[in-house]
Design a protein around this ligand. Structure first.
Ligand code: NAD
Ligand code: TYD
Length: 333
C-alpha cells in the first residue's frame, strides 16, 4: 500500500511513519506536512534515504497541492492538525482553518479519487467526565469544550458526513493523551521532563488533580495501523491507554525519575474551561481487532525520560526561537 501521511513531521505522525516503514516492508509512505512550529524534519531523520519514503512540504488546506498526492496514494492517514489546547485558547482561527477546512479539502480530494481515508482524532471531542462517570466510548455524545476539541469535533463530523453522503471509505480513531519520543515540549509530559532536565520548575495548572488517560505513542500507532487495514468502513474506534492519572501524580513520577523534589513544582493559574477528566473504554477495538495497550505507564514514562535524556540536541533546538516567545506568553516568564 502507498500511504499519504498528513502531519507526518509532527509527534504522532512521525512515530507512525517509522512504525509503517518498519512493520510493512512492502508499503510506501509520502509525508505531507506544512512544517508549522510543531513539524520537524529531524523527527523523520531515520527515514531519510529510504526509497520507500518521500517528504513533501505543503498545506492540507491547499487543494492544488493536495490533489495530485492523494491521486498517487492508496490511502490517506490524516494526522495534520493544530493540536495544542492552550494555543487554541490564544488563537482559535488557525485551528478552524487547519482542522476543519484542511480536513474538508483532503476529504474532497479523497472523494475525487475514491481513496481510503483514516482520520486521527481525540477523546477531547466528548467533553469532560466527572469522577464517577463511565469512560467515553464510541456512543458518547459529542460535547467539545475548547476551540481545539471543537475544531476536531467539526472534522470528525465532516469525515462521517462524507461516508454517509458520498460513500467515502472512512474510519476514525478517537484516542487519549499520547506520550513518547518526539513529543513537542508544549504538552505536559515533555514540558515537565525538559524543564526538570534544565533545572527549571514544572508549571501545574490549578490544583493538579485533573485526570488524563495516557497512551504510549507506539501503542497508538499500532491501533491506527490496525484500523486502517482491518477496521470496518464507516466505523469509529476509541483507543485508550489504561493509564488514568491525576496530573500531579504524573509530575511526581517524573520528579522521582530525574531526582528532583516537590520544590520543583510551581502551581500556576488554571487553564480556562479546563476539562476535569478524560477516560476511554476501548472494548470495541479490543473485541473487534484484538488491540490493547502493551506499554504500561510506569515503563513508558521511564523510557520517555530516558529518550529525552539521550536526545538533548533535539529538544534544546525545539525549545529555542519561537518556542521561547510562546513559553513567555503562556507562563508569563
Ligand atoms: P503535532 O502538533 O505534534 O503535529 C502536527 C503536525 O501537523 C505538524 O507536523 C505540523 O507541521 C502539521 N500541520 C499543521 N498544520 C498543517 C497544515 N495546514 N498542513 C499540513 N500540515 C500541517 O500533533 P500530534 O500530537 O502529533 O497530533 C497528531 C494528530 O493526533 C492530531 O490530529 C491530533 O488532533 C491527534 N491527537 C493527538 C493526541 C496527542 O496526545 N498528541 C491525542 C489524540 C489525538
Ligand atoms: P496537555 O499535555 O496540554 O494535553 P491536553 O490539554 O490535550 O489534555 O495537558 C495535559 C494536562 O496537563 C491537562 O490537564 C493540562 C495540564 N497541564 C499543566 O498542568 N501544566 C502545563 O504546563 C501543561 C502544558 C498542561
Amino acid at each position: 500500500m502507498k500511504l499519504l501521511v498528513t502531519g507526518g513531521a509532527g509527534f504522532i505522525g512521525s512515530n507512525f511513519v517509522h512504525h509503517v516503514l518498519r512493520e510493512h516492508p512492502e508499503d510506501e509512505v509520502v509525508v505531507f506536512d506544512l512544517l508549522t512550529y510543531a513539524g520537524n524534519l529531524e523527527n523523520l531523520r531515520e527515514a531519510e534515504g529510504n526509497p520507500r519514503f518521500r517528504f513533501v512540504k505543503g498545506d492540507i488546506a491547499d487543494p492544488e497541492a493536495v490533489k495530485p498526492l492523494v491521486a498517487e496514494c492508496d490511502a490517506v492517514v490524516h494526522f495534520a492538525a493544530e493540536s495544542h489546547v492552550d494555543r487554541s485558547i490564544m488563537e482559535p482561527s488557525a485551528f478552524v482553518r487547519t482542522n476543519v477546512l484542511g480536513t474538508q479539502v483532503l476529504l474532497d480530494a479523497a472523494r475525487e479519487h475514491g481513496r481510503r481515508f483514516h482520520h486521527v482524532s481525540t477523546d477531547e471531542v466528548f467533553g469532560a467526565l466527572g469522577p464517577d462517570d463511565v469512560p467515553f466510548s464510541e456512543t458518547t455524545p459529542y460535547d467539545p469544550r475548547s476551540p481545539y476539541s471543537a475544531s476536531k469535533a467539526g472534522s470528525d463530523h465532516l469525515v462521517r458526513a462524507y461516508f454517509h453522503t458520498f460513500g467515502l471509505p472512512v474510519t476514525i480513531t478517537n484516542c487519549s493523551n499520547n506520550y513518547g519520543p518526539y513529543h513537542f515540549p508544549e504538552k505536559l509530559i515533555p514540558l515537565a521532563i525538559t524543564n526538570l532536565l534544565e533545572g527549571k520548575k514544572v508549571p501545574v495548572y490549578g490544583d493538579g488533580k485533573q485526570v488524563r488517560d495516557w497512551l504510549h505513542v507506539e501503542d497508538h500507532c499500532r491501533a491506527v495501523d490496525l484500523v486502517l487495514r482491518r477496521g470496518r468502513i464507516g466505523e469509529t474506534y476509541c483507543v485508550g491507554g489504561n493509564g488514568e492519572r491525576e496530573n500531579i501524580e504524573i509530575v511526581r513520577t517524573l520528579l522521582s525519575h530525574v531526582g528532583r523534589d516537590e520544590g520543583a513544582i510551581e502551581y500556576v493559574k488554571d487553564r480556562p474551561g479546563h476539562d476535569r477528566r478524560y477516560a476511554i473504554d476501548f472494548s470495541k477495538i479490543r473485541t473487534e481487532l484484538g488491540w490493547e495497550p502493551s506499554v504500561t505507564l510506569e515503563e513508558g514514562l521511564r523510557d520517555t525520560v530516558e529518550w529525552f535524556r539521550t536526545h538533548e540536541d533535539w529538544w534544546k533546538s525545539v525549545k529555542s526561537g519561537a518556542y521561547r516567545e510562546y513559553y513567555g506568553r503562556q507562563y508569563g516568564k
